[in-house]
Design a protein around this ligand. Structure first.
Ligand code: BTN
Length: 259
């Protein structure tokens, strides 16, 4: 990892206040949290050994091949709108990747509710968000991002639902370039977070869920449901029609999709 390049492009160009790079680290999210890092900076590692995923899962990244980093950022946002940061981050990631992949044919990036980025229907990127200072006007966000870039071997148990950029394109990609471009895009479209309807419409345009039938698990009591997805509401919840025709909305964390 060329930490000098990241510093030059992101800090000296005044986008970020700092980039901290570790050759090896257990988790960039954990480090950012434990060290109370100030906003507008990035913690990144070339070898994340105990990456955390959503729902207590592990996030496995390959040494020197994948992108694992945490962006520390403050947002003036109400508690009701915190989820918008998730939608915003996944939207920016998908836009960034689309530009990177524009010269490749037959590649399709889309978003999967609530915040996965898929490439050719397989997960390529995950976001793990942590918020603190809920009583303050400005909330403090730890935005952890894992992107499978040049990983060749996907663990067998998830090979049907996960992939990497290099697996789909058959070429190696430049990790630093992707990160720099993501950060530039992230900082250039921040106004979208204040215009909730615009952000959610942009997000929906990039997702293919609406009209689809899905199976999901209701986390609270572990029962499975089959439903048609009707919409994503502006508050970020998923509006579905259950098999008994009942229309219900679920928030992120209340359900997980069954693959
Ligand atoms: C998911 O489960 O989809 C979210 C995965 C998030 C992984 C990233 S990698 C960088 C950051 N540090 C962590 O420990 N996790 C996040």
């Amino acid at each position: 990892m060329d930490a000098e390049l990241l510093n030059r492009e992101l800090v000296k160009e005044s986008l970020l206040n700092y980039v901290v790079h570790f050759e090896e680290l257990d988790s960039t999210n954990k480090y950012a949290k434990e060290n109370n890092l100030p906003p507008d900076g990035i913690v990144i590692t070339s070898n994340q050994t105990e990456g955390k995923g959503r729902f207590g899962r592990k996030w496995i990244a390959a040494h020197d091949e994948d992108l694992t980093f945490t962006l520390v950022k403050k947002f003036k946002i109400s508690v009701d709108n915190i989820h918008l940061v998730n939608f915003y981050t996944s939207y920016i990631l998908s836009e960034t990747l689309k530009v990177f992949l524009s010269s490749h044919k037959n590649l399709h990036i889309h978003l999967k509710w609530p915040n996965d980025v898929l490439l050719n229907k397989k997960k390529i990127c995950g976001i793990l968000l942590d918020v603190s200072g809920l009583n303050a006007v400005e909330k403090f966000f730890i935005i952890g991002i894992g992107l499978n870039v040049n990983k060749k071997v996907i663990p067998e148990d998830i090979a049907h639902k996960a992939t990497s950029l290099s697996n789909e394109t058959n070429i190696e990609h430049n990790i630093e370039e992707i990160l720099i471009s993501f950060v530039r895009n992230f900082y250039s479209k921040l106004h979208l977070i204040d215009i909730r309807s615009e952000l959610m419409s942009a997000w929906k345009l990039n997702s293919e869920l609406i009209g689809k039938n899905v199976r999901f698990l209701v986390v609270a009591d572990s029962h499975e449901e089959e439903a048609e997805i009707l919409d994503i509401n502006v508050d970020g919840s998923l509006k579905v029609k259950l098999s008994n025709d009942e229309v219900k909305s679920f928030y992120s964390g209340e359900i997980t999709f069954v693959y």
